[in-house]
Design a protein. Structure first.
Length: 314
């Protein structure tokens, strides 16, 4: 019998967990020809998420959980769940039911045909999201697909069902600065995309602010492309060329027409503009150095404080 491991990152999902557990167990009943395990990762939640997971683990032997010592981020939570999974198929889902559990049935059926290694989902719209957020999200997908080799589909969700082979390939990339959407595409394998209408959260509030999403997008670009470094180099070359042209123009005007070299306001503006460009390019380089610094320190991606074994042993 096949076994599906459901990996569910959780951060302050106390309100959503009961709804999710009810939905996913209903799907497990319908798919009685498959064995299930539910792996919840408590990513340093501040509410009673951990208490909910403890109760679920006591009442259902299929439930496992990993509780971090603090908040390490969703990327670390997904990585921990993938490493802990024991099924020959592994799914990643959110606890807020924005990833419809009912799709698992179709996803599993598709993988049984052995034509694909992964069935992933993408939203066909962003209903319920602020327009400005949707605009920047679409721009991000266009930019990262142009400047990197990571194949990231617009509207792609983390919700997907993968074979164990693909899962192991993802786990083998033990980098500290993780961007799973890019990693999923980078490892390759045949992927089937399922489209569905956007679903709003069943309960609770999202912790993904616009600023957090912006920083996350920068992490993704830096993780899978060196194009920003090339851009900063080209900008440096361009401004050097313009500086040489302007020097020649000033010399020519002074010799031919006797024009005095004046105009401190324009000079000040040019200095400020060029200085801003320099700081911008330095910032780009600094981001790559910072990521390299974090990578070479070799710190663990996450630290486990508690698992379901602690509860069951008690």
């Amino acid at each position: 019998m096949d076994k599906i491991s459901i990996v569910v990152p959780c951060y302050n999902e106390e309100e959503a967990l009961p709804f999710f557990y009810k939905e996913i167990t209903e799907i497990a009943k319908k798919m009685d020809y498959v064995e299930f395990e539910f792996i919840f990762i408590n990513d340093g939640s501040k509410d009673k998420t951990l208490n909910c997971l403890r109760e679920l683990a006591i009442n259902d032997e299929r439930v496992r959980y990993i509780s971090f010592s603090r908040n390490f981020g969703k990327e670390a939570a997904m990585y921990a769940g993938l490493k802990a999974a024991t099924g020959n198929y592994v799914a990643v889902m959110d606890a807020d039911l924005q990833d419809p559990p009912k799709l698992l049935i179709e996803m599993y059926d598709i993988l049984q045909k052995k034509e694909y290694d992964c069935v992933a989902t993408r939203r066909v719209n962003r209903k319920g999201e602020p327009p400005i957020r949707s605009f920047f999200a679409k721009m991000f997908y266009k930019i990262i697909n142009r400047i990197s080799k990571a194949n990231i589909v617009d509207g792609a969700r983390d919700f997907r069902l993968m074979t164990k082979q693909m899962t192991d390939s993802i786990i083998s990339l033990g980098e500290y600065n993780r961007f799973s959407k890019g990693i999923f595409g980078w490892v390759g394998f045949e992927t089937k995309w399922l489209e569905y209408e956007n679903v709003e959260r069943v309960a609770g509030k999202t912790t993904w602010s616009f600023w957090k999403l912006f920083l996350y997008s920068i992490d993704g670009i830096i993780a899978f492309s060196t194009t920003p470094l090339v851009i900063s180099t080209l900008m440096g070359c361009l401004f050097c060329f313009l500086a040489i042209i302007m020097v020649l123009v000033i010399i020519f005007k002074t010799i031919m027409y006797g024009d005095p070299v004046s105009g401190w306001p324009s000079t000040a503006c040019i200095i400020l503009f060029v200085g801003g460009i320099q700081l911008f390019c330095t910032g780009i380089i600094g981001q790559y150095i910072a990521k390299t610094y974090l990578e070479v320190k070799g710190r663990p991606i996450y630290i486990v404080k508690e698992t379901e074994k602690n509860v069951k042993n008690d």
